[in-house]
Design a protein around this ligand. Structure first.
Ligand code: FES
Ligand code: CO
Length: 330
């Protein structure tokens, strides 16, 4: 990975674990090859270096004790928030404790995920303006670890021209022609709207296919689709591609959110929709793991494009712009 890009990504927010993974108070994740431990609960979560400063045991094997993280090897106890070592059980009474602490990182909880950033955040946590109402039901998908670049995965999420080929099983008939579209831009957020044509679609699915789809990508790798049905219900599918290593390993985290209206009109229980998305993603994975180069090239002239690829071209250009912006800020 280009060193400037590596440095920039250290200053970006990525999800490191799902809140659901924190059931026993401890979870783990990684960003750019840095192993991280996540501990606490939804209201007070800490992200810290993944290995104990004493003998380097993986702290994801630890447990919460008295609201702090206990290393499983010699029981050193690390406080929530500061990461400060507050107890070393082997010390005889009266002996001074070495001053030590876990390196901690910014931590935020949003959309059922714990997010972190390896440096001072260069951009704010990506927002989903559609998701303004916390009464929406939220459904967390399972993370997938993939051998592909994070930008490739992000482009795949919004690439419509592959639907009739890759998703024939899950989606059935989808028109092969991609109508021309306009791209909108709001800061570091790109968008475009489309609908799935209902022509040739089986009668019972025609309603679903009349839905309007609003695609967005927020730099660098946050993608969402908001599906609006004619009856006013709305459903969001969102994903973030976390670069868990600096050499092309990516974790796809995804989740859904839906209005009650949507569930009522469609009986679209989130679990069913999650199952559908899983099928769709699993159809994508053999493709994205077999592309060369393994990351979307920022030099847009190095590949051949069609009008359907305008979004990807814009994404690559704006990503390059973000990189320039970051470079100038240093
Ligand atoms: Fe963690 Fe010794 S390795 S307490
Ligand atoms: Co796909």
């Amino acid at each position: 990975m280009d060193p400037v890009e590596y440095e920039m990504l250290r200053h970006m927010w990525f999800p490191v674990a799902r809140v659901a993974d924190l059931k026993n108070g401890v979870a783990s994740g990684s960003i750019l090859g840095e192993e991280l431990v996540v501990y606490g609960d939804e209201g007070s979560v800490t992200v810290a270096q993944g290995f104990c400063p004493h003998r380097g045991v993986a702290l994801r094997l630890g447990q919460l004790r008295d609201g702090a993280l206990e290393c499983p090897y010699h029981g050193w106890l690390f406080e929530t928030g500061s990461g400060r070592c507050a107890r070393i059980p082997s010390l005889p009474p009266g002996r001074g404790r070495p001053h030590t602490a876990l390196r901690t990182y910014p931590a935020e909880v949003a959309y059922g995920l714990v997010w972190s950033c390896l440096g001072d955040p260069f951009l704010p946590l990506p927002r989903l303006p559609e998701y303004v109402d916390n009464s929406w039901q939220l459904g967390a998908g399972e993370p997938y670890t993939l051998n592909c670049g994070m930008r490739l995965l992000t482009e795949n999420f919004r690439d419509k021209a592959h639907f009739p080929f890759v998703h024939a099983d899950s989606m059935g008939h989808v028109d092969k022609v991609v109508e021309p579209y306009r791209i909108t831009r709001d800061g570091w957020r790109l968008g475009w709207s489309s609908s799935l044509g209902s022509e040739g679609v089986p009668e019972d699915m025609a309603e679903e296919f009349r839905h309007r789809l609003d695609y967005h990508i927020t730099m660098p790798v946050f993608a969402s689709i908001c599906v609006s049905s004619p009856s006013g219900g709305r459903r969001l599918v969102a994903q973030v591609a976390t670069p868990v290593s600096a050499d092309g390993k990516t974790v796809r985290q995804f989740w859904l959110a839906g209005t009650d209206a949507e569930s009522a009109t469609q009986g679209a229980v989130l679990a069913d929709v999650l199952g559908f998305e899983r099928q769709v993603f699993e159809e994508d994975h053999p493709i994205v793991e077999n592309q060369w180069p393994v990351e979307a090239p920022l030099d847009v002239h190095s590949q051949v494009h069609t009008p359907a690829d305008r979004f990807s071209i814009t994404y690559r250009k704006v990503y390059g712009e973000l990189l320039e912006n970051f470079k100038e800020s240093q």
